[in-house]
Design a protein around this ligand. Structure first.
Ligand code: AP5
Ligand code: MG
Length: 213
């Protein structure tokens, strides 16, 4: 099964992906994580991406599409993958559909996770991420068992540069303008599933798994 997780910044895409890929045996492909990995390794791609990510703007489609298509061509994606943060524009969705159809494949479902804006802002301001496995935590709502340490891999937790107030607001604006139209795109393909993301993490997971069953 190939699944897309659609949702605004802070909707819980990364949080839900952790449980979903385990349950469904999928590879987790998060475009933001791929950019941050490149950034950490100081690659050219990372340097290009940083100039956009710091402002909360989208990285250009050609760069992003190539990076994700290269990633889903890897062997661990052969039995299914979960896309988190991609596609984020209509041209990205069209490029994905085209590339998959050339191999006789397609996306199966797009799960849209809805959360009110004030809740998104609260979540992002309290978020901590694992440097090792990228799992997200929240200092109030989803704290790690041990302060500063990842529950899953023991990695160090840090706060993302783009989780500051000004950048978060721009990320939300960019989402509404450039990414929200994908909800209708996948509705039109009969692949859209809608989940209420404004409930405890486990309740969201349960609703998502039921929708995908
Ligand atoms: P990306 O890394 O994809 O960030 P994003 O979409 O802004 O989403 P986030 O990762 O911030 O949120 P999330 O939905 O994963 O929430 P999380 O689970 O962490 O992209 C970053 C940047 O990279 C972009 O701005 C852009 O520049 C670039 N980029 C990436 N993809 C691109 C693309 N396709 N095209 C162009 N550019 C691209 O949860 C958030 C917090 O809430 C956590 O603290 C968590 O613990 C908490 N939480 C989660 N669920 C719940 C719940 N149910 N109840 C309470 N708290 C919860
Ligand atoms: Mg994320």
């Amino acid at each position: 099964m190939n699944i897309i997780l659609l949702g605004a910044p802070g909707a819980g895409k990364g949080t839900q992906a952790v449980a979903l890929v385990k349950e469904k045996g999928l590879a987790h492909v998060a475009s933001g994580d791929l950019f941050r990995d490149n950034l950490g390794r100081g690659t050219e791609l990372g340097k290009i991406a940083k100039t956009y990510m710091d402002k909360g703007e989208l990285v250009p489609d050609d760069v992003t599409v190539k990076m994700v298509l290269d990633r889903i061509a890897k062997p661990d994606c052969a039995n299914g993958f979960l896309l988190d943060g991609f596609p984020r524009t209509i041209p990205q969705a069209e490029a994905l559909d085209k590339a998959l159809s050339e191999e006789g494949k397609s996306m199966d479902k797009a799960v849209s996770v809805a959360v009110p804006n004030e809740q998104l802002i609260k979540r992002l301001s309290g978020r901590w991420i694992c440097r090792g496995c990228q799992a997200p935590f929240h200092m109030v709502d989803a704290p790690p068992k041990e302060a500063g340490k990842c529950d899953h891999c023991g990695g160090e937790l840090y706060q993302r540069d783009d989780d500051n107030k000004v950048t978060v607001q721009n990320r939300l604006n960019v989402y509404m303008k450039q990414t929200a139209p994908l909800i209708d795109y996948y509705k039109g393909q009969g692949k859209l599933l809608e989940v209420n993301g404004n409930q405890p993490v486990d309740a969201v997971s349960k609703e998502m798994l039921a929708a995908l069953a």
